[in-house]
Every structure is written in C-alpha cells, then in structure tokens.
Design a protein around this ligand. Structure first.
Ligand code: GTP
Ligand code: MG
Length: 390
C-alpha cells in the first residue's frame, strides 16, 4: 500500500525530519511548495513550506511500528488549510533562504521525477494484481523494487522495469536443468490431461537435438489409447520404447537401459480424488529412487488447484522441478508465478503449444515474468508517462 501525507513546516529540513520519523527513511517527496501561514488581513503572515510525501507500507510495517498511524500533534487550527496537513509548529521559525533559480529548477525536476516514479509504481502494482499475483507477494515485490531504484533511475520506465523484473526473478529459485546434461532418469507426473505425454515427446526431441541418446518408458497402462499415443511418438522420433506393468519391470528396464543418456518416464494422470492411482505411483517411484521427479502443471489451472496438486504429489516423492504447459492458453500468469514462489521449486521446462518438439522452452522463468509485466509497460508507455528528464 502506498501511504501519502501532507506536511507543513517552517523549513524544508524540519519537514524532512518529520517525514522521516513518520514514514520512515525510504519516504519520497512527491511535491513541495512555499506557503504563507497565519497573520491577519494579509499582514504578519509567516513563511512555511508545504510538502506531500509518500511511502510504501505493508501490514508488517504497521505491526512493527515502522510507520506510525496518523496522529494529531501540536495542532494549531489557525495554521491549517487542509484537514490532512500535519503542521509542525515552532516558537520562532528560522528565516528561510530564498531559493536561487538553479535550486528551484532542480527541485522542480526532482519533484517531477518523483511524481512520475509513483505513477509508474502504482501502474506496476495494479498490473501484478490484475495478473493474479497474490496481494502480499505484490507488496513484497514492490518494496524490493523501490529499494533497487537509484536517484537517476527515478521516473524512467526502463530502469523501473529492470528493477521490477530483477525483484521478481530474485524471489524464485535459481537452480536450472541443463538440456545438454539432463538427469539420467526423468519421471513426468501430474493431473490428467495437463500434457505429460506430449511433454515427454518434446523432451525426447530436445535431447536428440543435443546429440544425446534418449529412451522412452511408460507406466500409463490405464487410459485407453495411452500406450498407442506414446508408442507413436517413440516410433516417429526413432527412440527405444517400453511399457512397464509393475514396479519390478520398471526397475529392470531402467537398469537394462543404463547406456542411454536419458530415460523419460511417462505416468498416468491422477489427483487426490484417485487415491489408488496415487498409491500405485508411489510404489513405482519407490522402485526408482534415483529418478528426478518433474511435476507437470497446466498454466490454465487455478492457483489453489496448482498448490493442492503440489501438496498431493509431494506426498508421493520429492518434487525436483515443475514443468508448466499450455502457457499459450493462459491469459494471466500471476498465479503460476505465485506457485513457483510458494513452493520454491525450479521451473525446468515451459510448453506453449501442441507442436512436438518445437513448443518447448528450457526453464522459462524470465519469459514468464516478461509476460506478466507486458501488460504493465504497454499502457504506461502508450500514455507517455515517465519520460526521461534531462
Ligand atoms: N495448447 C496447448 N496444448 C497442449 C500443450 N501441451 C499439451 N497440449 C495438449 O493437451 C492435450 C493433452 O495432452 P497429453 O500429453 O495427452 O496430456 P497427458 O497429461 O499425458 O494426459 P493423460 O495421460 O490423459 O493424463 C493434447 O491435446 C495436447 O496436444 C501446450 O503447451 N499447449
Ligand atoms: Mg498421457
């Protein structure tokens, strides 16, 4: 939340001191102007400065007392013009030095930059909310973004974009899966219809393009047509293929394929509503303790469903990475970002289309963040907000 308040003080240093103690050291000045207060019939009025300042606040800030709730203090109604203004009284105000023209221009430029920066930050805040990033996470990202800004970068959309992107990136795990040195055994798991089999075929294509020797295994003997579907992919791509009907067969096949660089295992779709399937999968995974388990999640799923799926599959075996599919069909990706953040599980691959093997990206975290931020940059730039000052 952005907290904005108006102050009046005898001098700028006095106002700044009060703002810092009120809104914290990171408060920014949005606007300031000299004013005259008091007097009678236009006579004996004293010079003062009126300042509007803002700071990003979170509930934590309020709870921890970093930002004090608004309180009346040394209130002199005769010196106030607005009920939001906080007047800082002094027995004998120091005479103010008149601003030189150069200082005045600098001050105006500074105020303008701050105004532009707060517009951009507010736009970014709204964009993340609209994309479905959970409120608390939006606040954390915005605070980190603000901390990453320098005076020179204030009000510059490109600099703010960099700070925002790096704040979002830094909140996700950094581990990466390398396509040229993948794990020897990759097991794809997940709910029904998310794209496990299609992803398995895409991975085979990817590893072949790295001149590796992949092989394909399935334990999905439940769905009608499942074996035929994956067998067709194996035939087209010219890789060894096998079906394992029980954990013993699975372990034996993996053992006999130890010469292959990478073995991709496809599994039947399931969720918490199918406890027998989950129990069966657990038995198969126990036969493959060396396997890297990749959970496949469709980006079109609801955030709560994705989180529930992660919990369900974590109960089978540890999840080493997430693979996301159907990015091409999802309009808002903030929920997926939140799942990666909440689970602190790396994104191994991203799929955005049905084309095998083309529509697969290794990793995809940067692309995900770029897509989330795309709707922020466009409206701001279109309105010409945040042009760079000389
Ligand atoms: N648009 C789009 N469709 C995809 C993507 N990945 C897979 N699909 C499609 O999703 C459908 C289901 O894909 P499968 O690979 O059979 O899904 P699965 O998870 O193996 O399904 P089950 O084995 O039945 O649990 C197919 O029509 C795929 O072409 C993707 O990234 N984008
Ligand atoms: Mg399948």
């Amino acid at each position: 939340m952005i907290e904005s308040r108006r102050y009046r003080a005898a001098s700028m240093p006095e106002a700044l001191q009060q703002i810092k103690s009120d809104l914290g050291p990171d408060a920014i000045i949005i606007h300031s102007q000299p004013v005259r207060v008091g007097g009678m019939f236009g006579l004996f009025a004293q010079r003062a400065v009126e300042v509007r300042a803002a700071a990003m606040t979170t509930q934590d800030d309020l709870d921890a007392g970093a930002i004090q709730p608004r309180q009346p203090r040394q209130w002199k109604p005769s010196q106030l013009t607005g009920d939001e203004t906080i007047a800082l009284t002094k027995e004998s105000p120091e005479p103010q030095r008149p601003a030189t023209p150069l200082r005045k221009v600098q001050l105006e430029q500074f105020s303008q930059r701050l105004g532009e920066a707060s517009t951009l930050l507010a736009d970014a805040y709204r964009c993340l909310q609209d994309e479905g990033v959970e409120d608390r996470l939006v606040q954390e990202i915005m605070l980190q973004t603000k901390a990453g800004l320098t005076f020179e970068s204030l009000g510059r959309p490109d600099s703010l974009h960099v700070a925002l992107r790096s704040a979002m990136l830094s909140r996700l795990p950094r581990r990466r899966i390398r396509q040229d040195t993948p794990p020897h055994l990759i097991c794809l798991q997940g709910p029904t219809g998310v794209g496990k089999t299609t992803t398995a075929a895409k991975l085979i294509g990817l590893f072949q393009s790295e001149r590796l020797r992949p092989a394909l295994l399935t334990i999905d003997v439940l769905r009608v047509g499942a074996i035929a579907q994956i067998e067709a992919y194996a035939r087209i791509m010219g890789v060894p293929f096998a079906v394992a009907y029980d954990p013993r067969e699975l372990a034996a096949k993996v053992e006999s394929w130890s010469d292959y660089d990478v073995i991709v295992v496809d599994t039947p779709g399931m969720g918490e509503a199918q406890p027998e399937r989950l129990a069966d999968l657990r038995c198969h995974l126990q036969a493959l303790p060396q396997s890297s388990n990749f959970l496949v999640l469709s980006a079109t799923a609801k955030t709560e469903d994705m989180l529930a799926t992660v919990e369900t599959f974590k109960g089978m075996a540890s999840i080493d990475a997430i693979v996301t599919t159907k990015l091409d069909e999802s309009r808002h990706l903030g929920g997926l970002y939140g799942v990666l953040h909440a689970t602190q599980t790396p994104l191994a691959f991203s799929s955005s289309g049905q084309q095998v093997p083309e529509d697969l990206t290794v990793g995809g975290t940067e692309e995900l963040i770029a897509r989330i931020l795309a709707s922020w940059r466009e409206p701001s730039l279109a309105r010409g907000v945040g042009t760079c000052l000389p």
